[in-house]
Write a protein that binds this ligand. Structure first.
Ligand code: ADP
Ligand code: MG
Length: 291
């Protein structure tokens, strides 16, 4: 198996200015296979961002105490690592954050997307081609000369995704990237993620607290209080409604509905995760009633 990320017995505590330790992650073991799409779920404070920041080296030994290891593209990023290797890894692991405003670095969309590849010393003609191509990939073609700060939140976030894509990363981590968007913007980002996944060459990790965003992933990892609480396919995870409820996490609404019907003895099929499956299940329930 080709793992792009391997996390072994990882614990992390933040160190404050007085040197006091604040534990955030406890004994995490997780591998991410190349080309897969994983959703990471969990409450506020469960350690999702901490995990993401350790993967792409935003957090290092200078920020706290690390036990265990994180290995990315075959390099242990939690150990001694040269500046060159660190830079190299950060280029290969892209990250899209929650607030699109914090990710804009230039006054035109074109310059903004070109910023990363320029730093890598890519040929300007090549960069122009990449910018056009990436704008197309996120459904923002023709916006080269637009001013990023005048775009909507959803459009800004798509520009941020295009900027990450322009680096041709092997893995992209979306850290609550849809949290500040309206439903339309959220939908557009989800479509972009789906498209990337379908192309099959990029490993995707989405951190979210929207259950509906997790149902399309290959795998769902649930964090709770800094530990891995559940890890499985969306079907395996969301069928354990009580286990999720016990840590105050929801399941998709359509799943919740059929789970309640099941508990009331009015349904005994599989719990649907998507609205269309729910509609089908409902249609057959109604049909049985009529017959
Ligand atoms: P999530 O992204 O799931 O909301 P975080 O990874 O941000 O969770 O936080 C995990 C834990 O680490 C929380 O208890 C949080 O309060 C703590 N934490 C986050 N950032 C810092 C920091 N810079 N210093 C100290 N503690 C922090
Ligand atoms: Mg977070």
């Amino acid at each position: 198996m080709d793992n792009i990320i391997e996390i072994k017995d990882l614990s992390f505590s933040y160190k404050d200015s007085e040197g006091k330790l604040h534990p955030a992650l406890h004994n995490i073991n997780l591998n991410f296979e190349r080309g897969t799409y994983t959703a990471v779920l969990g409450h506020n404070g469960s350690g999702k961002s901490t995990l993401a920041k350790l993967i792409n080296m935003v957090l290092t030994r200078e920020d706290g105490e690390i036990e265990g290891s994180v290995t990315v593209c075959g390099k242990e990023v939690t150990g001694d690592i040269s500046d060159e290797d660190a830079y190299n890894i950060q280029c290969r692991i892209g990250m899209v954050h929650q607030n699109p405003d914090n990710q804009i670095v230039a006054t035109t969309v074109e310059e903004d997307i070109a910023f990363g590849p320029e730093n890598l010393g890519v040929d300007p003609v090549e960069i122009r081609k990449t910018v056009t191509e990436m704008l197309k990939a996120v459904g923002m073609e023709g916006h080269e000369k637009s001013a990023p700060h005048r775009l909507s939140g959803g459009q800004k976030q798509r520009i941020a995704v295009a900027g990450v894509l322009a680096m041709h990363p092997e893995c992209i981590i979306f850290d609550e990237s849809t949290a500040m968007l309206d439903p339309e913007g959220r939908e557009a980002i989800m479509r972009t993620i789906d498209e990337l996944h379908r192309r099959g060459d990029v490993t995707i990790i989405t951190i979210t607290h929207y259950m509906n965003e997790a149902t399309d992933a290959d795998r769902v990892v649930v964090l709770n209080q800094g530990s891995v609480y559940m890890d499985g396919t969306p079907e395996q995870i969301f069928s354990q409604v009580e286990k999720l409820h016990s840590v105050s996490l929801d399941v998709p609404q359509v799943t919740e509905l059929f789970w309640r019907l099941k508990k009331a003895g009015k349904y005994n099929g599989e719990l649907p995760l998507h609205t269309n499956e729910g509609a089908e299940a409902l249609a057959s329930l109604l049909k049985v009633k009529r017959d």
